[in-house]
Design a protein around this ligand. Structure first.
Ligand code: TRP
Length: 75
């Protein structure tokens, strides 16, 4: 991922309620869930896109900070 120059960006997810799910989806031909992390209110996850993770789905009320700005999910 580093060879492409865009694998270094971290993003931050801060849960605004209990039971927010951060779901990592696989890179490549198959797009599958490979990891689900459950965050409770106030918990923060700092993550990157990697060789294994090309997309992330956030379920629940959370603030997501990326280089594109801050995104607030609806509840
Ligand atoms: N083992 C995963 C990976 O290296 C860990 C991971 C990285 C992850 N970023 C993520 C899991 C985002 C969920 C969401 O790809």
């Amino acid at each position: 991922m580093d060879a492409s120059g865009n694998g270094n960006d971290y993003f931050v997810i801060k849960a605004k309620e209990n039971g927010v799910h951060v779901i990592g989806l696989t890179r490549g031909a198959d797009t599958k869930f490979h990891h689900t992390e459950k965050l409770d209110k106030g918990e923060v996850m700092i993550a990157q896109f990697t060789d294994h993770t090309s997309a992330v789905k956030i379920r629940g009320k959370a603030v997501i900070m990326t280089k594109f700005g801050t995104i607030d999910t609806e509840s």
